[in-house]
Design a protein around this ligand. Structure first.
Ligand SMILES: Nc1ncnc2c1ncn2[C@@H]1O[C@H](COP(=O)(O)OP(=O)(O)O)[C@@H](O)[C@H]1O
Ligand SMILES: [Mg+2]
Length: 292
């Protein structure tokens, strides 16, 4: 991936539609060896691009899914207590001296440790997904791990990556991630796609959908995103909805079918209620008027 165009082409071969700005920041992150920080609404393709980069480069993808309460220790390693217990019991039963219980044999590597280990085929892609779900202490820990690409296990020592992993961090921005962490990274805001780009994505991800249906689906979803909703539909929802309509053998939208399939697009009852009945018809009429 030695140019912006090459990045776009390589990701496109993975069925990932990448705009110029995102391709540029991806190219730079790879070239400069800097972590890529992607922030944006849910379902806009942040997680997917890390998968596409790994597949395009033929590298292993290691994913650290963040959650509330994730602490440094469980992101790096854990001791296999069960195996340690078995080893102790066995030693007791046979009268032999037990093995070293805090050695690699009893170590379970979690994503961060795994990413620092040498991998066949080159440095892996480390996806640190939904970092906004963790807390400030974890961020501080990550900052350190990402500046020297090493992690320390008190009992066995420090593991340093032979070659820095390709790091992609994502955030759905449920809270602001600290400046210090962002400053280490190249930042990009992943917005909802434009109409044309969403058509391309749909063609890549749901190629079985006819162009006419896709056009209506995309136009409807784009319109829906301008409405006052608690949670706007992402690209993932557009794809799901198109697939639902296909499964129902629909060739065009109607207010009835929209009402019946809203659950693929909207995930909050208040939003669904708002759209049921005349609202769906109003939006559909507007969409049709614009297309015509
Ligand atoms: N630019 C894109 N090209 C191809 N597929 C996309 C793109 N953006 C989103 N998608 C689709 O939407 C789905 C959800 O995207 P995902 O990366 O999980 O969103 P999030 O931003 O929440 O991490 C993906 O599985 C993929 O099918
Ligand atoms: Mg995601």
């Amino acid at each position: 991936m030695d140019s912006i165009d090459a990045v776009q082409a390589a990701l496109s071969r993975q069925n990932y539609v990448c705009g110029r700005a995102l391709a540029t920041v991806t190219f730079l992150a790879l070239r400069l060896g800097r972590p890529l920080f992607l922030e944006g609404e849910a379902g806009t393709g942040k997680t997917e691009i890390a998968k596409a980069i790994a597949a395009a480069l033929g590298r292993r993808l290691i994913r650290l899914q963040c959650y509330e309460g994730l602490d440094a220790a469980s992101a790096v390693y854990e001791w296999n207590f069960a195996a340690q217990m078995v080893a102790i019991r066995k030693a007791e039963a046979t009268g032999e001296t037990p093995p070293d219980l805090f050695s690699d044999e009893f170590l379970i590597a979690r994503p961060l440790l795994e990413a620092m280990r040498p991998q066949e085929g080159g440095a892996p892609v480390l996806l640190i997904d939904e970092i906004d779900r963790t807390d400030a202490p974890f961020e501080a820990f990550l900052l350190e791990a990402l500046s020297d690409f090493q992690v320390t296990i008190p009992e066995t020592g420090t593991v340093t990556a032979p070659e820095p992993p390709i790091v992609v961090l994502t955030s759905n921005r449920t809270r602001e991630v600290h400046d210090a962490l962002k400053r280490r990274c190249l930042y990009h805001w992943v917005d909802y796609p434009t109409h044309d780009r969403e058509m391309e994505i749909l063609a890549a991800r749901a190629p079985e959908a006819a162009e006419d249906l896709s056009r209506e689906v995309v136009a409807f979803v784009q319109k829906l995103r301008t409405e006052d909703l608690f949670k706007k539909p992402g690209v993932a929802e557009t794809i799901d909805w198109a697939k639902c309509l296909l499964a129902l053998d629909m060739i065009e939208l109607s207010p009835e079918v929209i009402s019946d399939t809203l659950g693929a697009l909207l995930k909050y009852q208040d939003d669904i209620q708002k759209l049921q009945g005349s609202e769906a018809k109003r939006i559909l009429d507007e969409v049709r008027a614009e297309v015509a």
